[in-house]
Design a protein around this ligand. Structure first.
Ligand code: SIN
Length: 383
């Protein structure tokens, strides 16, 4: 922890909030010298190597979801946080682009639910990518254009759709979980010692340069013996990991593009937050510089399931993704909600087609909470 941040924490009341505010501050900017940076490569201080199950995922299985062989992952733990695992960008070069494209183009599509559904008709949010791509792929003009829908996106939910008001999941608000994201998640969790992980719900948070994520614990899932997985793409962020109580001062760490974080065991239910997004040095994130892998086999009829890498991203799509991540960050958290054999209560009856509309109606008040900018709000807020 930075000296300045540490000195602010007297005993007692809500140490987490004080440190959150310290890193959120713009003027003067906070001292970041004490922020743990796992990308440095070497364990030290409180950073220790984490043990992975090298036999749990074959090299081909890893490469199919864009990951390096597990033996090449740089995985760390943090003293004082048993069950916390940080994997410093385990993606193969060029493969993050596929996941960025999925997060921006595919996952916001219906029947998944997003913040825009709270105040727009389903027909207006049917094609967020299609409505935004022409603007985001045109050269930046001096004249400020209205924000595209993609730039207004703040969250998307997948699988069991999280209800921000009741902080619950329900069997009546569920749509199929994307199989590619499940493959990625099950491989990461197996390598971390959790075989058989079922990806049942995900929340995508979209961060603009001024966004933050309030202090919270992810405890709505019924099975806490399963890990919470987090994947970050685009701009870097400061992540704060606290304790079981708000009085416990958090540890600050960087999250860069491609980093994967696993909260399990005694670290599964810890307070955490994202106080700020960090502009990439010289306006260029590592991912931007990396770009997508060129398609070695541009035959449109080939069976992609047989390929050893994720589907390549077209230059056209990458132009849009690249523009977006020049200033923004996307984080995906994947959760197993239920123990095997368990089921969720049904809170209201609705048809699958009505899921987005019903959820929107259920969550109107979410918008009010978000605009308050409270640090206790669970989803991204903006000042
Ligand atoms: C993050 O954006 O890194 C954290 C997301 C979350 O806690 O839900």
């Amino acid at each position: 922890m930075a000296k300045m941040a540490a000195s602010m924490v007297d005993s007692g009341e809500d140490a987490f909030r004080k440190i959150f505010k310290f890193y959120r501050r713009r003027n003067p900017p906070p001292d970041l010298t004490g922020v743990t940076d796992f990308s440095g490569g070497e364990p030290g201080d409180r950073v220790v190597p984490a043990e992975l199950d090298l036999a749990a995922v074959s090299d081909v299985e890893a490469s199919r979801v864009g990951l390096k062989p597990v033996r090449e992952w740089r995985a760390f733990g943090l003293q004082g946080y048993p069950g916390f695992i940080f994997i410093s960008n385990p993606f193969l070069r060029g493969c993050q682009a596929f996941w960025v494209r999925q997060c921006l183009k595919t996952y916001p599509q219906k029947p998944n639910i997003c913040n825009l559904d709270m105040h727009m008709n389903p027909s207006e949010t049917q094609d967020i990518w299609g409505q935004s791509a022409p603007t985001l792929s045109s050269p930046v003009s001096a004249q400020r254009k209205p924000k595209t829908l993609l730039e207004k996106l703040r969250w998307v939910t997948l699988g069991y759709h999280y209800n921000w008001d009741s902080k619950t999941y329900s069997s009546s608000s569920h749509t199929p979980f994307p199989s590619d994201l499940h493959s990625l998640s099950s491989r990461v969790s197996a390598a971390c010692g959790f075989p058989g992980f079922q990806s049942e719900a995900a929340i995508l948070n979209f961060y603009r340069p001024d966004s933050c994520l309030g202090i919270h614990v992810d405890e709505s899932e019924l099975d806490h013996t399963r890990p919470l997985l987090s994947f970050s793409f685009g701009q870097s962020a400061i992540f704060l990991l606290g304790g079981r109580r708000r009085q416990d001062p958090p540890t600050a760490m960087y999250m860069h593009s491609g980093d994967v974080m696993v909260m399990s065991g005694q670290s599964r239910l810890l307070y955490h937050a994202v106080p700020c997004i960090l502009p990439a040095a010289a306006g260029r994130s590592a991912l931007e510089a990396e770009g997508p892998v060129p398609d070695p086999d541009p035959d449109p009829d080939r069976d992609l399931r047989d390929g050893a890498l994720p589907e390549p991203v077209s230059q056209e799509d990458w132009t849009v993704c690249r523009r977006y991540i020049q200033t923004s960050r996307v984080n995906v958290t994947v959760r197993q909600v239920l123990e095997p054999g368990q089921s969720l209560p049904e809170t209201r009856a609705c048809s699958p087609q009505g899921t987005a509309a019903a959820a929107a109606a259920d969550r109107r008040s979410e918008k009010r909470k978000r605009s308050s900018g409270s640090t206790d709000s669970v989803h991204t807020s903006h000042t």
